[in-house]
Design a protein around this ligand. Structure first.
Ligand code: SF4
Length: 495
């Protein structure tokens, strides 16, 4: 995952870009970057932020730039994977570009480009080509930024929201074709800004102007903004996990605040699956707001028997090595025995992905002497790995706890679709296997219809729960969405 923030101002924009980008640090933990236009050239910084927070890692760059009054436009990135912003020099001029999303047909697009022997990409040390470079190549293959971004929207599979800083100091912002990630425009005196997390506006003084619609492209200057390509809402599919887990609680997307949506979701969960208990508690962080909603609805006392030690530990789902994830999950959660011993407790958590963290948590709770342990999960079982945003960095479907349970039930070639129905026997058997694995007295997941009712938003992606994808089926022979052969979606043009 990742996030971005861009600002264009009549004065120095460095502080806004620096802090605005930092407010996306929960969305990525490996790479950070900023680029500013000084009227003649780009000033760019990229650092590894795996072992040091964004603000610490970029404080020298910040100090160097904060007094430079030429730096009135800039963009910043947080990413799990990509070194960006990338700088381009093409027939479109000089520009800096960054993307957020996941492109699953990258190899196919690269192959098409390389079929033309005059094209090349800069490889990273790992030998891979960064997705943003491929996006830049697609944009450069067209006559304007708008045509280029539309072409990206046609060609890629997965998702891609884009920020471009041009050599006029203007910023182009575009939201993924299906709106999987939010992109939000704000303004204050003499400045406009674009962000993924609206919470980044709060302390920087920006007022919300609008959420870009799916596929919308805008150009922003310090004077205002212009919509260059209208949004399409028919196939909107914002990632539901922004509300359940990823999103920062103070953010609001599509008019729905994340924290408030979690209270409502927790209340709905209580309505469907409450049991008698002494305490309701949340697994930090996002389980807490769901638990508050659960406790309020159920009238069972809320408590905090788990406290998370956050200052120095990275998010535990991000590392791809199982041993690292397990170690981080174990070290950062501290239990308060005095609140647990002899109690029957309902715990709320956002989701079960691999189950790594839940396994450790349940063992800690048992050791602390809980009488009963009931787990309530704020979303339906994750049955399909995300193919749009790289949620959970899974290497295999069997990374998912549900898929391992299904394998245990009926081997490798099970029909997964029958496990979607929460009233069906296969679903109940799968949940029972998970309950036994985690040694819980009871386990219940939010039902999809209840989740939708609690959220109250149409146009959400639910693929990881029910395998339904608004971008399918498509007819394009190149595998692109939003086009058919007759509409002329062709491989990259030869130069
Ligand atoms: S598949 Fe799940 S995690 Fe991925 S975009 Fe859809 S809702 Fe979000």
């Amino acid at each position: 995952m990742g996030g971005f923030f861009g600002s264009t101002s009549s004065a120095n924009c460095v502080a806004d870009v620096f802090y605005g980008t930092d407010y996306h640090s929960h969305l990525g933990t490996h790479r950070g970057g900023m680029a500013f236009w000084d009227g003649e050239k780009f000033v760019r910084f990229i650092h590894d932020i795996s072992n040091s927070p964004f603000r610490t890692r970029f404080e020298n760059d910040f100090a160097e730039c904060i007094t430079n009054d030429k730096l009135k436009s800039g963009i910043g990135s947080i990413s799990d994977t990509d070194d960006q912003p990338l700088l381009f020099y093409s027939h479109l001029g000089k520009f800096a570009l960054m993307t957020v999303g996941l492109i699953t047909n990258l190899d196919e697009i690269i192959k098409d480009f390389l079929a033309d022997n005059s094209y090349h990409f800069a490889a990273m040390q790992s030998g891979e080509i960064t997705p943003s470079e491929v996006v830049g190549a697609l944009i450069n293959s067209k006559d304007s930024f708008v045509e280029g971004i539309k072409y990206v929207q046609q060609r890629i599979k997965g998702s891609c929201s884009i920020l471009i800083l041009t050599d006029s100091g203007d910023i182009y912002a575009s939201r993924d074709y299906y709106g999987r990630t939010p992109v939000i425009l704000g303004k204050k005196d003499g400045s406009y800004a674009v962000t993924i997390e609206s919470s980044a506006f709060l302390t920087l003084g920006y007022e919300h102007v609008k959420d870009l619609g799916p596929a919308e492209i805008i150009r922003v200057s310090n004077q205002g903004y212009e919509t260059l390509s209208e949004p399409q809402y028919e196939k909107m599919a914002i990632c539901s996990f922004f509300y359940v887990y990823y999103g920062f609680p103070a953010s609001t997307y599509e008019g729905i605040n994340v924290e408030e949506s979690r209270y409502k979701n927790g209340a709905k969960l209580a309505e469907a699956s409450c049991v008698p208990a002494d305490l309701v508690a949340g697994i930090p962080d996002s389980g807490v707001s769901h638990a508050l909603g659960f406790a309020e609805y159920s009238k069972i006392r809320y408590g905090r028997p788990f406290i998370k030690y956050t200052p120095t530990w990275a998010r535990s789902f991000t590392p791809t090595r199982q041993s690292t994830r397990k170690h981080i999950a174990k070290m950062k959660l501290l239990a308060i025995k005095e609140l647990i011993k002899d109690k029957s407790i309902i715990f709320c958590d956002d989701s079960i992905v691999r189950g790594t963290q839940l396994m450790d948590q349940t063992s800690i709770i048992r050791k602390a002497g809980a009488r009963e342990m009931h787990m309530r999960i704020a979303c339906p079982p994750l049955l399909y790995p995300c193919k749009f945003l790289n949620f959970s960095s899974s290497r295999s479907v069997l990374d998912l706890a549900t898929r391992r349970a299904i394998k245990e039930l009926e081997g490798e070639n099970a029909d997964i679709s029958k496990y979607r129905d929460p009233d069906g026997a296969p679903y109940k058997n799968m949940v029972d296997i998970l309950r036994e694995q985690f040694k819980l007295d009871s386990l219940a997941f939010q039902r999809l219809d209840d989740f939708k009712k609690a959220l109250g938003l149409k146009g959400i992606c639910t693929f990881c729960w029910n395998g339904e994808d608004v971008s399918m089926p498509h007819e394009c022979p190149h595998g692109c969405h939003n086009c058919s052969q007759t509409k002329g979606c062709l491989p990259p043009e030869k130069k």
